[in-house]
Write a protein that binds this ligand. Structure first.
Ligand SMILES: Cc1cc2nc3c(=O)[nH]c(=O)nc-3n(C[C@H](O)[C@H](O)[C@H](O)COP(=O)(O)OP(=O)(O)OC[C@H]3O[C@@H](n4cnc5c(N)ncnc54)[C@H](O)[C@@H]3O)c2cc1C
Length: 442
């Protein structure tokens, strides 16, 4: 190691940016030199499968972070392995006085933090977690089991002050590996429709005057598509909030969506079993049908319901799917096919670029009518949803080009027998009756 002084490590996690980064800002507050660090954690990578598109997005984001830091005079140290092992290695090699990082709100993130904090304690290194990727301290808001009362509190608790401009970093000089040595073999994320550097441009082009009206239309590019950026922190949520408030006032539908994300962290914090257990106690004994054949038809996009099958194709090919379609998929799997929501949660986990274990669990529970929702039972009719939200079938035809020449009226209702597609695996009317029976009295 080139320097003998004890540096402060700034460990980047879900905050892959140098601008408006609270952990970095806190780390540079003292006189110590800064060692920026990123770890490709093998445990997380194992969950993501082999070097798929998601990993390329992360690699691109880290590469970008590395360049941003370089402009400010600091070199990002990069490792791949088990976080615990890397922490021990770093402690031994550079003997830092402290490690700063963004606080994690997820189950796996908290478990990694706890282990890292333990190692730091053993080595006499201070471990400091800084709240960064939420707009309010959702763990401190008094427990609200329903979104609207939570939202009222959330608005009052907003903490959106930006970090000051950071022109240069008092950097620790080192010869630890950099990003190039770690991700040499990863292709750039060309195949994915998400550019790790594209968040700000996307935010600036967001039209909030039509968002409320069009956000449910998968055939129109009306939502922000910022979820992967929010997930990996390639832009700060505060910057997103400020831009949204500037365009649409502080209480607009888009801001409410940002609050929904934090509502799930709030529920997770207050309801310990949330990962695996239904939030609604009375809904813990639903008799799921869990038919493997039907689940395969769902996963492979051959349910015979074009909007459902198109959604699966978008999910599998783009590693992202429109929000309304996510709800239709989740409702179809849990209500029409009576399949355990945990199966759906795991399936989305295999594919989503924006996968967040807390947000995904919350939404799957909500769609399965077992989560925090004042409405007792929601069953989406896939035919009605198709006609309402993809009236001209532009979305469906994009992902199911096999149906290009079929008129929309023959597509929306596959039970009409005029659709050259997989025969419907169930009759929605019948399936809805069975779902009501399965939920009856619960
Ligand atoms: C079954 C199911 C699973 C989901 N899994 C995830 C997931 O793993 N990760 C994830 O980020 N989102 C998840 N969502 C929420 C939502 O569908 C996506 O965040 C949104 O569609 C992303 O597109 P966007 O960025 O264009 O959203 P926009 O409509 O532009 O919304 C802006 C931001 O608000 C947040 N947001 C919007 N809707 C929700 C919501 N229902 N719950 C929480 N936050 C929301 C997201 O951060 C989003 O980027 C899931 C929804 C469903 C129904």
């Amino acid at each position: 190691m080139k320097e003998k002084t004890r540096p402060v490590v700034c460990w980047f996690r879900r905050d892959l940016r140098a601008d408006d980064n609270r952990a970095l800002s806190a780390a540079i507050g003292g006189p110590e030199k800064i060692l920026p660090l990123f770890i490709f954690d093998d445990e997380i990578l194992k969950d993501h499968g082999a070097f798929d598109g998601r990993l390329r997005f992360i690699a691109g984001a880290v590469m970008n972070l590395s360049k941003e830091l370089e402009k400010k005079g600091a070199r990002l140290a990069c490792f791949r392995g088990r976080t615990d092992d890397i922490f021990r290695d770093i402690a031994e090699r550079v003997n830092p006085s402290a490690v700063y990082c963004a606080k994690s709100l997820t189950w796996s993130g908290k478990s990694i933090s706890a282990r890292a904090a333990g190692i730091c304690r053993d080595w006499g290194v201070e471990f400091v977690e800084v709240e960064d990727n939420v707009l309010a301290s959702v763990e401190k808001i008094g427990y609200r089991k329903v979104f609207t009362p939570f939202y009222k509190q959330w608005v009052r608790s907003l903490d959106i002050k930006p970090c000051g401009e950071l022109s240069s970093i008092n950097a620790f000089s080192h010869d630890l590996p950099g990003i190039g040595e770690i991700i040499g073999g990863i292709e750039p994320s060309e195949k994915l429709p998400f550019d790790p550097r594209g968040a700000r441009a996307r935010l600036e082009s967001l039209d909030l005057s039509s968002y409320g009206e069009l956000r449910d239309r998968p055939d129109i590019d009306a939502t922000s598509r910022l979820s992967p950026h929010i997930r990996f922190g390639t832009i700060s949520v505060r910057e997103i909030f400020r831009e949204a408030a500037k365009k649409g006032g502080e209480d607009n539908q888009f801001v409410k969506e940002l609050a929904w994300r934090e509502f799930w962290y709030h529920i997770k914090h207050n309801f310990q079993g949330f990962r695996e257990t239904e939030f609604q106690e009375k809904r813990r004994n639903i008799r799921w049908r869990n038919d493997e054949k039907l689940f395969s038809a769902f996963r492979e996009g051959r349910t015979g319901y074009p909007l459902v099958d198109a959604g699966i194709r978008q999910l599998v090919s783009e590693k992202w799917v429109h929000g309304r379609v996510r709800m239709i998929l989740a409702s179809f799997l849990t209500k029409d096919l009576l399949t355990d929501w945990r199966w759906g949660e795991k399936f989305f986990k295999e594919h989503l670029l924006d996968y967040d274990e807390v947000v995904n669990t919350g939404n799957w529970q909500w769609c399965a009518s077992v989560g925090p929702d004042p409405k007792p039972l929601r069953i989406f009719n896939p035919c009605v949803q198709s006609a309402k939200f993809d009236p001209g079938c532009r979305y469906i035809k994009k992902y199911l080009p096999e149906l290009k020449k079929v008129p929309p009226e023959n597509i929306h209702d596959p039970l009409n027998g005029r659709l050259p597609w997989h025969p419907p695996v169930i009759d929605h009317g019948e399936a809805a009756k069975k779902a009501r029976a399965a939920y009856k009295g619960l």
